[in-house]
Design a protein around this ligand. Structure first.
Ligand code: AMP
Ligand code: MG
Length: 423
């Protein structure tokens, strides 16, 4: 079934008034990973997506070991309800096996990570005992098995430690290293071509003529794609004429899995971008109930071996970034093989100002969130026009005002989506 037919099947989806959630879920439902697999040395896998499960070849930890510095002993030796006196017969160090075993009335000093000596089953932390020469006095109330990490407690041998589809972050690198993985199987990098359209655009390095603006979208798009780990192909500013646009789409679809354009998809735009997209592929033109970023094109462009997914983003610099983060990021992760695409949670914050908002569209205001008196407080970051890129630069979050929400009063709870996290 064609993309257009699949979209028309959705009875409550109106292309001229699509909610953010509808657009997101339709895009998501159409995408499957595009890339082939490759094996890489562990460190090179950072930022990639696992193409197959990583199976634990052994238990982690491999052996029972002490979780604390203290004394290993036999729980059965401890008097119930009273202190117990045991003789210390040696020390068990991490990385060494304690020679000999521990008999009745004996115990061994043990370091974190050391294997409990034969005969012992419990570790008492050093802070609660009293040392008396070569003896130890242990207070009552110790639980059998306490402070011992069990073999296989973190990862059981033969079970998947990481599933295919997992994005490799620093924690995954460390986890795979702990399993002795020197190489991993990952999806190849996603290739994304992009260009800007609009006769008023000028590339940096040349001087501006009257009425021209520098093309900033190619730089934000470059930055966002590079952060996602995509291979990028910058096709520059493309003049708004059919021959130049067709050549750009041809080059883009020949080289890339995904093509991202900015500009020319607005309502009532009298140029060639939309007709060309429609002619070269199967493209849906949407008006999304959101601000900024109302117009967007989504579809397949080119044919056969030379087909690519298309995201036609609006031209306004803030709209480009909002549409990218709200739709394209998720889509690229799915095409990269991530399952599920890593989400960015919405967190509550108290609005320190009143905000105008009409029900019927989702707004992504640029906000500054900070900690005030133990709670998160948020305010908009300056002028909110969709061309004011400075608001994106000064902000540290989107203030997400939901579709059905009306005005925001001072002190109301709103949802924020942080720009940066721990990476
Ligand atoms: P459009 O969606 O093509 O109607 O563009 C909307 C607004 O965004 C216009 O003011 C354009 O000049 C501006 N714009 C479009 N593309 C870019 C770009 N690549 N860099 C900076 N501004 C742009
Ligand atoms: Mg334009």
């Amino acid at each position: 079934m064609s993309l257009t037919a699949r979209f028309s099947c959705l009875s409550d989806y109106d292309p001229d008034a699509l909610s953010v959630e509808q657009a997101r879920s339709f895009i998501r439902s159409q995408l499957t990973p595009v890339g082939t697999h490759e094996r890489l040395a562990l460190r090179s896998a950072l930022g990639r997506v696992l193409a197959s499960d990583v199976i634990a070849p052994f238990n982690v930890p491999a052996h029972d070991n002490s979780a604390m510095d203290g004394y290993a002993l036999r729980h059965a030796d401890l008097a119930s309800g009273d202190a117990t006196r045991l003789r210390v017969i040696g020390t068990a160090l991490a990385g060494k096996v304690f020679a000999g075993s521990v008999g009745a009335g004996e115990c061994v000093r043990i370091m974190t990570g050391a294997l409990p000596p034969a005969g012992t089953d419990t570790v008492v932390i050093q802070e609660v005992v009293r040392v008396d020469g070569d003896h130890l006095v242990i207070p009552a109330g110790q639980r059998a098995g306490q402070n011992i990490r069990l073999a296989g407690e973190d990862l059981a041998s033969g079970r998947p430690a990481l599933a295919a589809g997992r994005l490799v972050r620093p924690a995954e690198l460390g986890l795979m290293a702990s399993l002795g993985c020197a190489e991993v199987s990952v999806y190849r990098r996603l290739r994304v071509a992009f260009f800007s359209t609009g006769d008023e655009l000028c590339s940096i390095g040349t001087s501006l003529a009257d009425g021209e603006v520098y093309d900033s979208n190619r730089y934000t798009i470059f930055g966002m794609l590079t952060r996602l780990g995509c291979e990028v192909l910058d096709l520059g500013v493309v003049r708004d004429d059919p021959a130049s646009l067709e050549a750009a789409f041809r080059d883009a679809t020949a080289a890339a899995d995904v093509v991202i354009t900015s500009g020319g998809v607005s309502v009532g735009e009298a140029d060639f971008v939309k007709p060309l997209m429609a002619q070269l592929g199967e493209v849906l033109f949407w008006k999304i109930a959101m601000k900024p970023g109302r117009p967007m094109a989504f579809g397949r462009i080119g044919g056969g071996e030379r087909a690519a997914w298309l995201f036609g983003l609006p031209g306004n610099p803030v709209a480009v970034m909002a549409a990218f983060y709200q739709f394209v990021r998720d889509a690229l992760y799915l095409l990269m093989g991530a399952d599920p695409a890593p989400g960015v949670p919405l967190l509550p914050a108290v609005s320190s100002v009143a905000m105008k908002k009409a029900p019927g569209r989702t707004e992504f205001q640029r906000g500054i969130v900070s900690q005030v008196d133990g709670h998160s407080s948020v305010r908009p970051a300056g002028a909110q026009g969709s061309g004011v890129l400075r608001s994106m630069s000064e902000a540290n979050c989107f203030i997400v005002l939901e579709h059905d929400r009306g005005q925001v009063a001072v002190g109301d709870l709103v949802q924020v989506q942080l720009f940066d996290g721990l990476v």
